[in-house]
Design a protein around this ligand. Structure first.
Ligand code: NAD
Length: 479
């Protein structure tokens, strides 16, 4: 499949947006124009809301088993079409084709897990305390139509988490994917459409993000808001959701620490660390950022990590052998340069990378920086790019205190062979997800979510499904 024309998906049909605002999609690997499309107008958004209300009435009353059948028909189609979806994903987002293919397949796994759990949402019976009450049931019911907002770094997985949770729970959903990567989300919508999803159950709208979020969140149709993206926008949408008394889930940024103890398997920590750091060019919210290595092993770690970073092959995601693709936008490249220059001005040492590549597209090389002081922006601001920070620590107390010093709390990692140190890291690292001796904390079966400024609530896993439900008590007495 070449890059498809981009439409909105409204009330079961793929239609042109009616806004006069046009959106351009550029290939981040070379800057060429992939598509230009019209965004959603105010009337399109009202149509999406009316359709979501009708869709909810149908979908929430359907048997869970029937919903499961439609969702798993859709995931079979996603798997069948994964090579074509992956190509679209790489064209618009830039990541290597092999990563894009894995992402499309994982998106199907995410929805499958949620669809399975959707069949098992059993009610709980509570023994009555009043003599004439014959049953007290605590049921999990769909929360209502959901407004979902996803960013550009995982164009298939992030919609899969939001659509999978909402649809498996019996909710209708209007999703606004990031405008740059909407084609991947639309391919997932097409799979759901082809699998027989009833009209109105899903809407896909793009355009002017603040207009879309303020319209959807304020609408009485919408019961729940789910956002993935930056902390400032997440807080803004949280305020809006609170004003309108909407349920809210937020998956925001991180600045993940990695504590490498002297007793750790350094070769494994380096190998896994390089892979995890530069996956998707570092544009991952759970990406490791601050590598804190116990002083006695720092030289060994540094040498191997920098060699690993330098060996990464940069290029277009469509080229065979590419390990690191471009960044998503020109402005992300400029932001990397600002952060690196600021760290160097604060006395940090550049070990590799550090300068934007002089070639078409938005390429920034794997970059390793040592000794950036706490005042440097990089020690506080999420780089969301291919930059690793390296520092020494002396005691575990000190490392844990430094790891926890930021307002973020998404993912944190530790490498050690010592059971007591592993236990301390698991207990004391302030994060929604802690990985000991590996980085694989994001799986379809496990909840994904952060604490502190990194978010509120969870997606994926059983928790992702429960987040799209409401608790309802029904107490029945004999009359
Ligand atoms: P950004 O905050 O401008 O945009 C991030 C996403 O939020 C985009 O998809 C955008 O369309 C959407 N958005 C922005 N304003 C919105 C609004 N008012 N209503 C609804 N949606 C809105 O940031 P950016 O420059 O594209 O990316 C940089 C930052 O974004 C990074 O520093 C990183 O923290 C964050 N980010 C986080 C994730 C994540 O998975 N947590 C993903 C992508 C970006």
């Amino acid at each position: 499949m070449s890059y498809p024309p981009i439409r909105l998906y409204l009330d079961g049909a793929f239609v042109e947006g009616r806004s006069s605002t046009r959106v351009q999609v550029r290939n981040p690997a070379d800057g060429t124009l992939l598509a230009e499309y019209a965004g959603a107008s105010a009337a399109d958004l009202q149509d999406a809301l009316a359709a979501a209300e009708r869709g909810f009435a149908i979908w929430s009353r359907m048997l869970a088993l029937e919903r499961f059948r439609i969702l798993t028909r859709a995931t079979a189609l996603i798997r069948e079409r994964a090579p074509a979806i992956a190509r679209v994903l790489t064209l618009e987002q830039g990541k290597p084709l092999a990563e894009a293919l894995r992402e499309a397949q994982l998106a199907a796994d995410i929805i499958d897990f949620l669809a399975e759990e959707g069949k098992r949402l059993a009610a709980r019976g509570v023994p009555p305390r009043l003599p004439n009450v014959v049953s007290q049931t605590v049921a999990r019911v769909p929360v209502g139509p959901v407004a979902a907002f996803t960013p550009w770094n995982f164009p298939a997985n992030l919609p899969a988490r939001k659509l999978g949770g909402a649809l498996a729970a019996g909710c209708s959903v209007i999703i606004k994917p990031d405008e740059q990567v909407a084609a991947t989300c639309l391919e997932m919508a097409r799979a759901l459409h082809d699998a027989g999803l009833p009209k109105g159950v899903l809407g896909v709208v793009m355009g002017h993000p603040p207009e879309i979020s303020s319209t959807l969140i304020a609408s009485p149709v919408i019961a729940k808001v789910s956002f993935t993206g930056s902390v400032p926008v997440g807080k803004q949408l949280g305020e809006l959701a609170a004003r309108h008394m909407k349920r809210y889930t937020a998956e925001l940024g991180g600045h993940a620490p990695v504590i490498v103890c002297a007793d750790a398997d350094i070769a494994a920590a380096v190998k896994l660390g390089v892979q995890a750091k530069f996956r998707n060019a570092g544009q991952v919210c759970a990406s490791p950022v601050r590598f804190l290595v116990q002083r006695s092993r720092l030289d060994e770690f540094r040498e191997a990590f920098v060699a690993g970073a330098k060996a990464m092959v940069l290029g277009s995601g469509l080229d065979e052998g590419t390990q690191v693709g471009p960044l998503i936008h020109e402005r992300r490249c400029s932001q990397m340069q600002v952060l690196v220059d600021d760290a160097l001005e604060h006395g940090a040492q550049l070990l590799c990378g550090g300068n934007r590549l002089d070639r078409p597209g938005w390429f920034y090389p794997p970059t390793v920086i040592e000794g950036a002081p706490p005042e440097a922006q990089l020690q506080q601001v999420e780089p969301f790019g291919p930059i690793a920070l390296l520092d020494a620590f002396d005691t575990l107390d000190e490392a844990i205190a430094r790891a926890n010093a930021l307002p973020y709390g998404l993912a944190a990692y530790g490498f050690t062979k010592d059971l007591a140190s592993a236990h301390r890291l698991a207990q004391e690292l302030q994060a929604g997800m802690v990985g000991i001796n590996h980085f694989g904390v994001s799986q379809p079966e496990t909840p994904f979510g952060g604490i502190k400024d990194s978010g509120y609530g969870h997606e994926s896993g059983l928790e992702g499904l429960l987040g799209c439900t409401e608790v309802k008590l029904v107490s029945v007495a004999l009359s």
